[in-house]
Structure formats: C-alpha cells, structure tokens
Design a protein around this ligand. Structure first.
Ligand code: GLC
Length: 729
C-alpha cells in the first residue's frame, strides 16, 4: 500500500512495527519512542488556515504556510481545524507522514453538521422525520462528501438535549427527548463512520454534557442540574452514540454544577470512560481549556500550566485552538503538576483513533476515489426527500395542499434566499444553483407571483403590495420565521415571538380575506399564537437545506404528504421556556380553572404545539389500544385506520408513566414509535415492543428498577391517546 511503504521507510519499521494497522501493543511501542514534545504535539489542534490561507502545490506557486509546516515537521501538531481542500490536506499530511521523525498522520476536523456540499435540513428539522434509516443515510452523505472538502473528521452529531428554544443551538440538536436523540445519535454515528467509503471519517459526539440546559437559554451560561436529570435525560444520547462506536467526544464550554466540563474529572473520566465505556479521544471545544484558566473567564485555575494539568488529569486528550497544551503542558509535566503517564493516556487515545480511521495505512485523500463515491444527484434527491419528511404540518383547515391551477401570491422573506434556506452551519452551500422556495414552486409548476413585501425584522410591511398580489390570486402563501443565521451558536433570543413587522404582515394578509397559508422557515420553535389564530394552514419547514426549495414545494403542492412530528415544543410565549412534555406532575397538577394548581395567570399552561404533534393531508383513527407485559417486554398494540382520501404515514408513539417511584417521574415518557404507511381506508394493527429494562430510571447515582403501577398510551402525540395501564411486579 502507498502509505505502508512511506510509513515503513520513515519510522514504523524503525520501531520494528508492522506497517499495517497497529495493534495496541504496537501503539504502546510507538508511544514509548515519542519524546515529551512529540506527545504534547499529538494533543494540539491548530487552524489549517482553511483553503484560502495556504494553497499547496496547486500550480499557483503559493506554498503551505511555513510556520505551520515547521510545526508539523517537528511533530508539534496532532490535528488541524478547518477543512482545507484535498491538495492542502495531502500537502499537510505529506509533511507529517514523510518529513516528521515518527510519521504519525494528522486528522483534519470541521463542522459538517448537516452536510457538506449537499446540506440536509438542520438537525432539529431532520429529527422531526422520526426515521433512523433516513438519519443514517444523512450520516453516510456526510461521510462521502467530507474528504472532498479536505477533512477526515466531523464535529457531528450534536446530541445535546434541548428543552429551551431561547438557546440558538437547539437548531443543531435532535430536540428535547432522550429516546429520539439517542436513536438519532446512534444512526448518525453509524452513517458518518461507515467503512463503505474510500476514506472513513470520524464522528464526534458533542457537547458533553448538558449544554442545552444553559441557564436562561443563554449560550455558554452555567448549567445546574440534578444527577437524576443528567442520567435520565442528558446522558442517554451520548451513551447511544458511544455504543454505536463514535471515535471522538467534545466536552462543552460551560460549567456543570460549578465545574467546567473541560476540567471535570467526574464527567470526563468517571462517567464518560468509567461508566459509558468510551474508548476514543476527547477534543476540547474551541479554546475551552484555556477559558478555564483566565480569572476573567471560568477562573478555576490560576494559569495555563495549572489548567493544562487539570484538563489532562480530567481526561481532555486534545486542545482545540487553545495554546494551553502547546505552550505549557510540557513544563507542567516537568514541574510535576501532571504525570507523563497521564499524558501517555491522552496520546494513546489519539493514536488509537488515528489507527481506527485507517490513517496508518491510508493517510492521504485520493480525490478521484473520493469523487467516485459521490453521486451528486442522489445526494440532492436525498436532501429533497429529507426536507419534505422533516417538515411538520401544524395547522390545516383545507387550504393545503395547493390545488392545481390555483393562482398563488407568494409573499415574505426567505422565499428566494438560499442562505436562509440552508440555515446555520451550512458553510459550504456556496453552490448558487441550489433551489430556494421560489425555484421549488416553479419546478412543481405552481402559477405564482412573488413579492417580498416585508422582511424578517425591522422595516415596514408593503401593505399595498400584499393587497395587490392577493387581489390577483386565489390563495396567499406567506413566509415567516427567522433569518437563516438567527439560530445556531451564540444566537440566544430573549423573545421568541414574531417581530412586529411579521405581526403586521399577518394582519395585512388576513385583511385580504384570501385563504392564508403560512410557511415557517426558522431554526427553533417560536412563540406564534398570532399566526396560529390567523392562518388557515401552517407548515413548519425549518431551514430545509440545499434541496429545501424543492422539498417544501413538494409538500405545499401535495406531491409529498407531510409526515413530520415535532421533537420539540412550540410555546405560546417565551416565558414558558424551558418547555418540555416529559415534566413531572407537581403536587398540584394543572387543572384548568382551578386556582391552586400549577399554572400561569397570563397565559396557557401547555404548549401551543406539543411534542410528537404533526398533521398530514389525511386522517387516522386509533382503536383497540392495548398494552401488555409479555415476559421481559411491554407490547403496545392498536388498530390504525386511514380515514382520509389519500395515502399517508402515521407515526404511532408509545408512552408510559410510573405512578409511584423513588423520585417523581414524568407525566409521560416516550418509549418507542413506529411509522406506518396506509392507503385510504386501510387499517393495520401496529405493535410497538419495549424492553421492560428501558423503564428503569436513575435516582441520582442509583439505578432503580421500574416497578408498580403504570399508565400508558399508544397515541399520535404526547397529549393524546386513550389511557391504558399495566403493572410490573
Ligand atoms: C464551536 C462550537 C463547536 C464546534 C467548534 C469547531 O465553538 O461550539 O460545536 O465544533 O467550535 O468549530
């Protein structure tokens, strides 16, 4: 093999090691030959400078950045941040493999959060498909396209449970439920780390742990939570991703009950490795190690040497874009602040991941081989299907689907905006031929005229334009939501309601008297009671990705029957957040109209649109609902009939509630689901099996077996269904 010759020539043979993938013994042999500088080097990640900063041997005459090249040659760099193009990747790798003393290959990581050249809908949207196969296919798309960007590691899947839409990173998450997020985590890891590609890449579970519970929904803010909540809600998606084989984990920026995750030994060693059995490598978030040191940041250490020592001792293997390890870790070891043995542990994890990626054998990206593995049309078609399947129909009094031949007045922001369509973390969706909603409606043959008439924020509504457009149309289709980058990292909002200009637009559209279809394009749940009241139909399209224009038009025209279900809740008002279905009952459970029960005096108690909710263009009827304990499992069954006029997919959900427990348990917990496609009039018996062990729960650090009396539901969402019961003796 190409690499085998090179490695053997340079160092592995020198170590008397085979040139094939290394065994753990051979890794330890390599480790024993490393100097402290080379060990620390493996624990350092610096910027690749991206594609523009250093064009390597591409005929332009410009060379790789000399300083960076020197650091790599001296064995001072373990990985690079920033997809840098295949040529740069191979140029950096050539220096590492052929010019450094030990020839240890580099990893290059970046955030291919929901795609690369082809962008799937944002993860929060994709989670609403409730489809593990689709999620896995999405991961495989990322695996195929990433090497062509010059990287072999993606900082995905983000598996932070997100109950608070004020927190902008809910857009990157799988929503608020541990079971949905766990299954999406495992499916994405399986897809991203598929071996069925020319160049396998590493996945990264992030951000460990509890990041979505940032106080006040404000990004980077402290997180306080009980150990029970940590274990019952926030850890399971990480456990699922680790069980699926995730090679890397990224600890989060925040403090967890006072201790920053980056130096939190209980989290990074005792739990992540000791309990969850993680064997891969940890990579810090961006300078998150350094941010523990400075007194004006977390301030848990009085300088870089001590924070480097703390982070290594806690179990942080690699320092992303910080200077702590690069500048102070070697001296911290020499001063005895941390043992070289602890450093060896970090380096061993890193070497094992590089070995598992096959980099010892194949460190270079073969562009032709990578390109041969990508079918751009098929990826675009997958993204189109994903966009349609991620959309959630929130309201429909018959205005949707748009009937053929109708004249449509399309208004509002985002309909012709590609960047808005692809949403956050879509860095490379630069291919301007990707369709917007305008393109999608054209492709589906809709007779429409588009006038923007109002923006997302600020400015005034062009009422005359709306009136004129509506006067010449049979129906108004109006876009609302957020600017494409309003969600995502460090984009917390203190007010989730629609900006005034959008509220004024609702009034103007309502005043035309024409049927009013709203299309929401946003990266998080919003507080939209005005829209819920005024519109005849509401389609939550999220930021649907590079084929989103086609996918959303497919749903609006009825070519695709929507089947999405919410994985997060829509509030009436921001003040309800954090808002989640699996809350506890309290000692005074809510009862409408009863004074001394949990409530708000200025608004409703529950969600505007609850977890698990979504409509379709047909209707379904449930009957004969049952749940029985059968040995070591629960079996839910129900007859589901399609009572409408067209085919459709129903997502049948199974929920339980333990009535009496060591600690108060949620009023409902999702235990499983099944998607069933039914023709008009067709009826099917749906069965959902749940291992009884899945009902066990944590009370702090004690795992408690589920027992006693339970309520149960097999239902279309988290608020509906006939109440059933069962007992576990
Ligand atoms: C960011 C994000 C993290 C991302 C990293 C590298 O700050 O918190 O999710 O992977 O930096 O871009």
């Amino acid at each position: 093999m190409y690499c085998r010759k090179l490695i053997t020539a340079v160092s592995i043979a020198a170590a008397g090691l085979s040139a094939a993938a290394l065994t753990d013994v051979e890794i330890d042999e390599l480790l024993s030959r490393m100097t402290l500088v080379e060990k620390v080097g493996q624990m350092v990640q610096v910027s690749s400078g991206g594609k523009s900063a250093a064009e390597a041997e591409d005929g332009s005459g410009r060379k790789i950045d000399a300083v960076l090249a020197g650091q790599i040659r001296n064995g001072e760099i373990g990985s690079l941040l920033g997809a840098c193009g295949v040529k740069n990747f191979n140029a950096f790798q050539k220096i590492a493999v052929e010019e450094s003393r030990l020839g240890i290959p580099l990893m290059v990581g970046h955030d291919m959060i929901h795609g690369v050249f082809t962008q799937l809908p944002i993860p929060l949207a994709l989670s609403c498909a409730w489809d593990e196969e689709l999620w896995c296919k999405g991961g495989e798309l990322i695996a195929r396209e990433t090497p062509l960007k010059g990287a072999n590691w993606t900082f995905t899947p983000m598996v932070d449970i997100s109950r608070d839409p004020r927190w902008g990173r809910i857009a990157e998450s799988a929503g608020q439920d541990a079971l949905v997020a766990s299954r999406m985590s495992a499916a994405l890891v399986r897809g991203i780390q598929t071996k069925d590609v020319a160049h396998p890449i590493a996945a990264c579970l992030k951000h460990f742990v509890g990041y979505g519970a940032a106080m006040s929904g404000r990004d980077y803010n402290e997180v306080e939570m009980s150990e029970s909540t940590l274990r019952n809600v926030y850890l399971p998606p990480f456990a699922a991703g680790i069980d699926a084989g995730a090679l890397t984990v990224m600890p989060a920026f925040h403090t967890f009950n006072g201790v920053p995750c980056s130096v939190n030994k209980w989290l990074l060693s005792d739990i992540l490795r000791g309990e969850l059995g993680f064997k891969g490598m940890t990579i810090s978030d961006y300078n998150a190690v350094g941010e523990c040191a400075w007194p004006d940041h977390h301030g848990v250490a009085d300088g870089d040497e001590s924070v480097s020592a703390m982070a290594v001792a806690a179990g942080m293997d690699q320092d992303m874009m910080g200077e702590s390890y690069m500048k102070t870790l070697a001296s911290a070891v020499k001063k005895g602040l941390v043992s070289e043995k602890a450093v060896d542990g970090c380096v061993r994890n890193i070497l094992r991941v590089k070995n598992a990626l096959g980099l010892i054998e194949k460190p270079y990206i073969d562009e032709a081989a990578a390109k041969a593995g990508v079918d751009w049309k098929a990826d675009a078609a997958l993204a189109r299907e994903a966009a349609a399947r991620s959309a959630v129909l929130l309201k429909n009094n018959g205005a949707l689907p748009l009937k053929p031949g109708l004249k449509v007045a399309l208004v509002g922001p985002g309909a012709d905006d590609l960047w808005h369509t692809v949403g956050c973390w879509a860095t490379w969706a630069e291919n301007t031929s990707n369709p917007t909603l305008v393109d999608g409606l054209k492709a589906d043959g809709v007779d429409f005229k588009y006038v923007k008439a109002y923006g997302f924020r600020g400015g005034k509504v062009d009422v005359a334009a709306i009136q004129s457009a509506a006067a010449n149309a049979d129906v108004v289709v109006a876009c609302f939501g957020e600017q494409g980058r309003e969600a995502g990292e460090n984009n917390s909002r203190m007010d989730l309601s629609l900006p005034k200009v959008q509220l004024d637009a609702i009034d103007a559209i309502k005043a035309t008297g024409k049927p009013f279809v709203a299309v929401l394009m946003n990266g998080r749940p919003l507080a939209i009671p005005e829209l819920a009241e005024a519109a005849d139909a509401i389609l939550e399209a999220w930021n649907p990705g590079t084929s989103g224009g086609w996918g959303i038009a497919d749903v609006l025209t009825g070519r695709i029957n929507p089947s999405g279900r919410l994985t997060t809740e829509f509030p009436y008002a921001t003040g309800q957040c954090p808002l989640y279905y699996n809350k506890t009952r309290t000692g005074r459970p809510h009862k409408d109209g009863e004074r001394w029960t949990t409530r708000y005096i200025d608004g409703p108690y529950g969600a505007l649109y609850p977890f698990g909710y979504g409509l379709t263009y047909t209707t379904f009827e449930y009957s004969d609902e049952k749940v029985v304990v059968d040995g070591d499992k629960l079996v839910f069954t129900a007859k589901i009939r399609n009572t409408g006029l067209r085919e459709g997919v129903e997502t049948v959900q199974a929920y339980t509630r333990q009535l009496v427990a060591v600690e108060s348990r949620p009023v409902r917990e999702l235990r499983g689901w099944k998607r069933v496609a039914l023709a008009p009039g067709e009826e099917s018996v749906v069965a959902i099996e749940v291992p009884l062990a899945n009902l066990d729960y944590w009370a702090a650090s004690r795992k408690v077996a589920a027992s006693g009396e339970f309520e149960a539901w097999i239902a279309p969402d988290s608020t509906k269904g006939k109440k059933l019961g069962f007992s576990i003796r």
